[in-house]
Every structure is written in structure tokens, then in C-alpha cells.
Design a protein. Structure first.
Length: 140
């Protein structure tokens, strides 16, 4: 975002460039939010998996003392936490995939803008040179 802020202050842009710049800024902001949500989901998933492991180990410990009601309850809690962890990983991966798609859109837009500027400068470049050549030739 710092680079976008510096670029926004750098030079005055025409209207199509301003619209593109605002679209890129909006996508970068959305991408940052998606990445933060993905990290949140993945961290929760990791916590759920580690909790499921702990609960399963506790259940195995209670099994040694023949406390079958605790074994079944802890097995159910462990299974529930495992499902929660798997769901968190799937959600996190989906958000990371969406953030990656936004990055690709930004890269494609920026590449198109570079190509467009290059094409414009190429079209203007020879025209200036040929008009300069004509002026030089007329002076001779």
C-alpha cells in the first residue's frame, strides 16, 4: 500500500488511469483482507488440530482406567475438533486462492497498462523523428 500511496502522489493522471489506479487499489485492499482472513482460518485450524490431538490423547489415557463414558465423550470432542480443523484449512485455502486470483488480475492489468504505454510511445516516437527529419531536411 505504501507504493500505491507514493504513486498516487507522484504525478497527475488522466481519467482512465485514475480509474484503473483506484481499481488496483481496491483489489489490493480486498486482497489484504482475504490474506488476513485466510491466516485467521488457518491458525484456528491448527489450534483445532492440536486440540483434537490433545483430547484424543486424554481419551486414550482415560481408556486405561476403564472410564468408558469419558473415552466416548473425548472421542466425540476430538472428532468435532478434527472436523473444525479440516473446515478451517479448506476455508483458508479458498481465501488464499481468491487472493492469488486478485494478484493475477492486478498483474495482468499492470502488464496491459505497460503494453499500452509502450505502444503509445512507439507510435509517437517515429512520428516525432520523421517530423524532426523533415524540418532538418527543409533547412538544408
Amino acid at each position: 500500500m505504501h507504493e500505491l500511496f507514493k504513486e498516487s502522489e507522484a504525478d497527475a493522471k488522466n481519467e482512465p488511469e485514475r480509474r484503473q489506479f483506484m481499481a488496483v487499489t481496491d483489489r489490493v485492499e480486498t486482497q489484504a483482507a482475504l490474506l488476513l482472513n485466510a491466516l485467521h482460518a488457518i491458525y484456528l485450524a491448527l489450534a483445532a488440530f492440536s486440540s483434537a490431538t490433545l483430547v484424543t490423547l486424554l481419551g486414550a489415557g482415560f481408556a486405561a482406567f476403564h472410564a468408558w463414558i469419558w473415552v466416548h465423550a473425548l472421542a466425540a470432542v476430538g472428532l468435532l475438533l478434527g472436523f473444525f480443523g479440516a473446515g478451517g484449512l479448506v476455508l483458508g485455502c479458498a481465501k488464499l486462492f481468491h487472493a492469488t486470483q486478485l494478484s493475477l488480475v492486478n498483474i495482468r492489468d499492470e502488464a496491459a497498462a505497460v503494453r499500452e504505454r509502450f505502444a503509445v510511445s512507439r507510435r509517437e516516437g517515429p512520428a516525432r523523428n520523421s517530423s524532426e527529419d523533415l524540418q532538418v531536411n527543409q533547412k538544408r
